[in-house]
Every structure is written in C-alpha cells, then in structure tokens.
Design a protein around this ligand. Structure first.
Ligand code: SF4
Ligand code: SF4
Length: 531
C-alpha cells in the first residue's frame, strides 16, 4: 500500500472518530432514549415536512434523515453494533457515506414541524443539530464553502457575513446622517443593550433605520454596543459550532456588563429568540447572565403605556408565524394581541400558529445557495397560504423569514422587487407610528434618543453614531469603505426611495476624496446631525 493511501486512510479514520465522538458529546440521553430508539416507523412525519411533501424525494423524509444518524450511532457506539460491524453483518458507514449524506441535514430548516405529526414526539431537529455539530467538529462541514465562510468570518471579524465593524456601522450611519436621526453608542448605564443579527444588518437596512426611530419616539433608555455586530445566529443554527457560539454569547455578556445594561434586547430574529430563550443555557452550561427581552415586547409595552403613539394602518395583513418564535418558543398568542393594536384588517393564514408551514429559509435553507432551486420549489406551499388570505401584505417578526417571504412572493408573482409584499413586523409598527405622528405634527420625535436628553453636548458626540462617523471618516480606510458602500445594493435600494441621498453621498465623497488630508477635514464636515 502506498504511503499516500495509508495517510488517506488514517486521515479518514481520524475524521470518522471525530464525527462519532462529537455525536457522543452532543446527543443527550433524551436523544438516545427517545429520538434514536423511540421511532415506530409510522412515517407520519413525512406528511408534515414541506421539503418532503413538495419534492417526494426519499432523502427529504424526516425519518430517512434520522435513520442515517441511528445507523452511525448504533454501529459505532453500541456494543452489539461494534461486534456486528466488525463481522460485516451490518453496514459500517464511512467518511464517504457521511459526505454523501451531508446535504440532507442542511436541506431542512430544523423547524420542528415533523415532531407535531409524530405519535412518539420524536424531535428530529434535535438529532439533526447534533449531526450538524458532528459535521462541523469533524471538519467535514468546512467542505461546504458557505458554512466554511460563516465559521471563518465569525472567527476573524465576529460577523458571519464577514463585514467589518466599521462597515456595519457606516451604512446606517450614512442613512441616519442623511435623515438627521441619532443613535446612542456605548452609553454606560442605559437600561437596554440592543443587538442585531448579521442577516439583519447585512440584508435589511430598515432595521437600522425604522427600528431606531421607533426606539427614539418611544423614549426607550437604550444603547447599541460598538463591540457587538453579530449575535452568533448563523454559528449556532447553521454551522452549529458550539464552541464558537459559547464565545459569542460570552462576548455579548461582557459587552452588556461593561455598559452596565439591565436587559439585552433581541431584534426580530427567530434564531436569536430560540438561542436566547432556549439554546444559550445549554451552550453556556449555565443561564445567560442578563434577562432577555424581545424588541416586540418593548414596542408593545411602549404602546400600552402611551409612550409610542400608533394608529392602526388600513392595509390588509396576514401574519407568518416564524417556527423558532412560535412553534419552538411558544409566542404565537402575543403576536395576535400585538397585531390588533397596529392593524385594522388582520387575516389568519391556514394553518397557523405552531402548525404553520415553515418559510423554508431558516437555519441555512436560504443561506446555502445550492438550496435555492429546491427551496423555491417547496415554497409553493407558503405562497399558496399567503395568496389564499387575499391580504395585501404579509408580515413576520423574523429577519430570515422576511427575506424568504420576500423572495417567495416575488418568485410566485404575488409581488415585485419594486412593490414589496413582505414586511418585517417592526415596519408595520413604524407605519402605524408615522401615521399617528403625522396626525399630531410630531414627526421630529424620531430624531433624538432618550439617553441624550440629559447628556452634555460633548458626551452626546462621543456616544452617538454621528460621533462614530466623525471618527471613521478620519481613518485611512474610509475612502475605500465609501467605495464599497457606493456599490452596496442596500445603499442603492435606500437611494431609490430617497432620491436626494445620492447628492448627499456624492458631496461627502467629493470632499473626502478631493482633500487627502481628511484626517483633520473630517472633523469640520458637519454632515451629521447637530445634537
Ligand atoms: S425539522 Fe422541519 S424541515 Fe426538518 S425534517 Fe422536520 S419538518 Fe422537515
Ligand atoms: S412520525 Fe415519529 S415514529 Fe413515525 S416515522 Fe416519523 S419519527 Fe418515527
């Protein structure tokens, strides 16, 4: 046998060992007792899974996915499996088999709908999470370029899309600078520390604009942290890299500790809701140090206390229940209650609440480009659900659900890219708020955050996004960053709705580029709001 073949074999054995050891580490006693051994092979779970219903592919059946895990586990971790495997009486899955089956665990959104149909209450999603962790810990998931880049970007810059902190802040910094709206940054003693998942600050610019204005109007005592630009959503739910998830959560806690915040606020992100309410304790091996509050709870409380004026909007609206927020975190009724305060014509989808069909985008469904064709095919079910309500808009409190609903409504001809039908829930709150503010001539209230009211001007500049921008434009990398922003599709989308924005942008660009000494000049520009 050549040296190369011997090395290859040793390498494969190492991968297999790491894989099985990882499964051993992450499968709980409940996984083994119920999810591995409890299946009575009735196949009912298949009737609940959109990936199976719409494709009919055997490997998309929840039980078939789970059976491969059972096979690996029984062969390598049970005494009988070890004997029978060595005698060649049962199969011994090898690394090639693991590779061949890898995709089936990412063509699943870990939505948990199959468990609802199971008479034995088997949690396939729990088994698949352990499987994803094993692919990651054995190194096999690094063979997928998207998963590899999520892990490496998180390791390098703590942002799963690889955006630098400066870029994450500069984009809303430009938009809000143009609109004269302020955001508190690193304010010690603020009650709430607001954090945003990478999908939100990469793909949904409205999060950094409309949500900030709502917080300002509602006089919420909040701050953002310059140290947290991602929440670890993709690391926890796509890569299922437990070690890195732990580091992200600990860094999140340290940032809140440094600021002396009382609460950590999770944005409208289903995965974050699930992580913070359920997974964090498992990942950390102890409770998260801060109480968690959802941004939607804060907005609803502000409405109830009369701090956030709203007038229900006229558009007819349906609601998509995010699996991670409703089926897996039990928050369906809260949203029905909330919607009655901001919407006149609400129309339920069928089925709804915990029985709702998944958006098919979460936990990698949308993020992995190789899933696109199949994801769009199976989203026919979701498009039908939306269409049958006859509503003009569909809203949801989850960033990834929103992105997928936007895509699905466009693919199935219910909307166009110029005429969005999908909305984040906070956008509906925003419309209801702006309606009320307009009627009261109080639109100015969007501009100044609560924490600035008692701060000196110097302190405001030090702790504002405009102050952060002033610093940033003095840095050497700013011209390069501005170039990137100029090509950013989100900047173009914003400019489309705000035609004067390019004039503002070009003015900054011209001044920065023509004067090489922007080191001092930046301080004099004064493009950003006077606070
Ligand atoms: S968790 Fe959801 S997507 Fe995955 S197999 Fe079950 S029903 Fe299908
Ligand atoms: S529904 Fe439950 S018991 Fe039936 S095949 Fe699926 S996992 Fe097994």
């Amino acid at each position: 046998m050549s040296k190369q073949i011997i090395n290859q074999t040793q390498n494969e054995q190492t991968i297999l060992k790491k894989f099985v050891d990882s499964l051993d580490r992450w499968l709980t006693s409940e996984d083994i007792g119920i999810n591995i051994y409890g299946c009575v092979e009735c196949n009912q779970c298949g009737e609940a899974c959109a990936w199976y219903i719409e494709t009919g592919e055997e490997k998309m059946h929840p039980k078939v996915r789970a059976d491969f895990i059972r096979k690996v586990w029984k062969r390598y971790k049970t005494p009988m499996g070890k004997i029978l495997g060595k005698l060649g009486i049962i199969d011994s899955p090898n690394v090639e088999d693991l590779r061949e089956n890898m995709y089936i665990y990412w063509q699943c959104t870990l939505c948990g709908r199959c468990t609802l149909a199971c008479p034995m209450n088997i949690s396939n999603r729990s088994l698949y999470r352990a499987m994803r962790a094993a692919y990651t810990e054995s190194g096999l998931s690094y063979e997928n370029p998207t998963i590899k880049s999520i892990i490496e970007s998180t390791e390098k810059v703590r942002h799963s899309f690889g955006l630098s902190r400066d870029y994450v802040f500069a984009r809303p910094g430009l938009f809000l600078g143009y609109e004269g709206v302020e955001v508190p940054v690193d304010v010690k003693g603020a009650e709430y520390m607001f954090v945003c998942p990478s999908a939100g600050n990469t793909k949904i610019p409205e999060l950094g604009i409309k949500l900030i204005k709502i917080l300002n109007v509602a006089q919420i005592n909040y701050t953002i942290s310059s140290k947290v630009t991602d929440t670890g959503t993709e690391i926890d739910h796509i890569a299922v890299h437990h070690e890195l998830s732990k580091v992200m959560l600990e860094e999140w806690e340290s940032a809140a500790e440094e600021l002396g915040a009382k609460f950590v606020v999770v944005a409208e992100c289903g995965c974050d809701v699930r992580t913070m309410y359920i997974e964090a304790e498992k990942t950390l091996g102890r409770p998260f140090k801060f109480p968690i509050i959802s941004i939607d709870t804060i907005m609803e409380q502000a409405i109830d206390e009369g701090k956030l004026p709203v007038e229900p909007i006229d558009e007819s609206i349906t609601f998509h229940d995010p699996c991670y927020v409703v089926r897996l975190s039990g928050r369906g009724e809260e949203y029905r209650r909330f919607l009655t305060k901001i919407v006149k014509d609400f129309r339920e989808m069928t089925p709804n609440r915990e029985y709702n069909y998944c958006c098919n985008g979460g936990a990698g469904g949308m993020r992995l480009p190789e899933n696109t064709e199949k994801r769009r095919k199976i989203s026919r079910l979701k498009a039908e659900q939306i269409k049958n309500t006859g509503a003009n808009l569909v809203t949801t409190p989850c960033a990834v659900c929103y992105l997928n609903l936007k895509d699905t409504t466009e693919v199935y001809g219910l909307a166009t890219s110029d005429n969005r039908k999908a909305r984040m829930l906070f956008e509906i709150v925003y419309d209801a708020m702006m309606k009320a503010l307009k009627n009261r001539n109080e639109e100015y209230r969007v501009k100044i955050p609560y924490v600035f009211k008692t701060m000196s001007k110097e302190k405001q500049i030090k702790h504002s996004l405009s102050g952060f921008m002033e610093q940033l434009i003095q840095s050497e990398q700013f011209p390069e960053l501005l170039k990137k922003l100029k090509d950013d599709p989100n900047v173009h989308a914003y400019a489309k709705e705000n035609p004067d924005f390019w004039e503002y942008f070009n003015k900054i660009e011209k001044e920065i580029m023509s004067i090489h000494n922007y080191l001092t000049y930046g301080l004099k520009i004064g493009h950003w709001v006077e606070v």
